[in-house]
Write a protein that binds this ligand. Structure first.
Ligand SMILES: NC(=O)c1ccc[n+]([C@@H]2O[C@H](COP(=O)([O-])OP(=O)(O)OC[C@H]3O[C@@H](n4cnc5c(N)ncnc54)[C@H](O)[C@@H]3O)[C@@H](O)[C@H]2O)c1
Length: 350
């Protein structure tokens, strides 16, 4: 039986990266993407999108998109990537995020039922943003959820939660407590998909991605991609400014590792409908990241500018042990090698 895969948001950073893997496995691959101007500055089909992928320009939140698409295809598997992704931006443009991420998901699911095109499996790329600040531990081993840092705390430069250490995020252990509208919409996507999939006997694969970076990332989108942002500043010989005290922690996971994880959950056995955490499995401070990048370009050393962004979390890193055991996936790229590869790619673009 020929196999068809539908990828929403398939012309984006992650969509392009998974396209060569999907091309080897599926007979037909259709990407539906509205070619969002924030990501696709020239509105052209990305060169990195595998030639086998049929690209249909359409907005997932629009009823008409599905009315045009589904009479011509019945997907076996759906990879749902389409989303508004700017965390900071979601604070002031929350309706747009809710419309694309939440209504876009329900429009898609309604359409599958309406057109009798219910897939066997749906994969969702959720986000570490669903955890918010996650769980922290005190010296006695007591675990608590300190929640979101208030504006007053941030203005007073109280960046940390005194006496507490952040624990790595793991979906079966860490409760979701999003601190951004973006994170809330990603969590809503998970919940909607779970409820729907159980009712229609559809397998679901949920991945919570940490900070993905690497070649192919949009260089024109000012709202996402701290690694490419830092690289472009350093390449221009500028000082990289560090928010807060420079000790914000992130788990930077290379695009090739993420593509492999998505491919595994798309094509392999899914032992659990609980989300799987996808990261490199350790935290890097933004100071460490900026220093690596500054040294690659021989740019001035980064400086702390004390600025902050509302809704940003202090620390985020994944515990990937369950993902490794269940999916047999392990990241292969460390941050230094990944950043070097990204910088080489940027040098060829700009
Ligand atoms: N890149 C990361 O660090 C990261 C981290 C966690 C989760 N994710 C998730 O992974 C998914 C893909 O992210 P990405 O990094 O490839 O982002 P991206 O912005 O590069 O790609 C998203 C794609 O979706 C398209 N799109 C946006 N709105 C749409 C709409 N209304 N209808 C159809 N298409 C639309 C865009 O044109 C773009 O091509 C998203 O769901 C995101 O939430 C990404």
């Amino acid at each position: 039986m020929p196999k068809t895969c539908l990828v929403t948001g398939g012309a984006g950073f992650i969509g392009c990266a998974i396209s060569p893997l999907l091309a080897k496995h599926f007979d037909r691959i259709v990407a539906v993407d509205n070619m969002h101007p924030q990501i696709h500055a020239t509105f052209e089909r990305p060169a990195a999108l595998h030639e086998k992928v049929e690209l249909i320009v359409g907005d997932v939140s629009q009823h008409e998109t599905w009315e045009t698409l589904l009479p011509n295809m019945k997907p076996d598997v759906v990879i749902h990537l389409a989303a508004e992704t700017g965390t900071g931006q979601s604070l002031t443009e929350g309706s747009r995020h809710a419309n694309v991420n939440v209504v876009g998901t329900t429009q898609m699911l309604d359409a599958f039922v309406r057109h009798n095109a219910i897939p066997k499996r749906v994969v969702l790329t959720s986000s570490r943003a669903v955890y918010g600040e996650g769980a922290w531990q005190d010296a006695k081993g007591q675990i608590s959820y300190p929640g979101q840092r208030s504006r007053a705390q941030l203005e007073a430069k109280q960046w940390d939660f005194p006496g507490l250490t952040c624990l790595p995020f793991e979906a079966t252990r860490t409760e979701p407590r999003p601190t951004s509208i973006y994170g809330s919409t990603k969590y809503a996507q998970e919940m909607i998909l779970k409820a729907w999939a159980l009712s229609f006997d559809v397998e679901i694969g949920l991945l919570r991605l940490q900070n993905v970076y690497g070649p192919g990332q949009s260089l024109s989108n000012p709202y996402t991609g701290i690694v490419s942002l830092f690289a472009q500043l350093a390449k221009a010989g500028k000082v990289i400014p560090l928010y807060e005290d420079g000790e914000i922690i992130r788990d930077f996971v290379f695009i090739e590792d993420v593509a492999n994880a998505i491919f595994r959950i798309t094509t392999g056995t899914i032992p659990s409908s609980e989300a799987y955490d996808i990261g490199c499995g350790s935290g890097t401070t933004i100071r460490q990241l900026a220093e690596i990048i500054a040294s690659i370009y021989e740019a001035p050393m980064p400086i702390v500018n004390g600025a902050y962004r509302n809704g940003d979390v202090r620390a985020a890193a994944a515990d990937i042990s369950r993902t490794h055991t269940d999916l047999g996936w392990m990241p292969e790229w460390d941050v230094r090698r990944g950043v070097m590869t990204l910088c080489n790619w940027i040098d060829r673009q700009l």
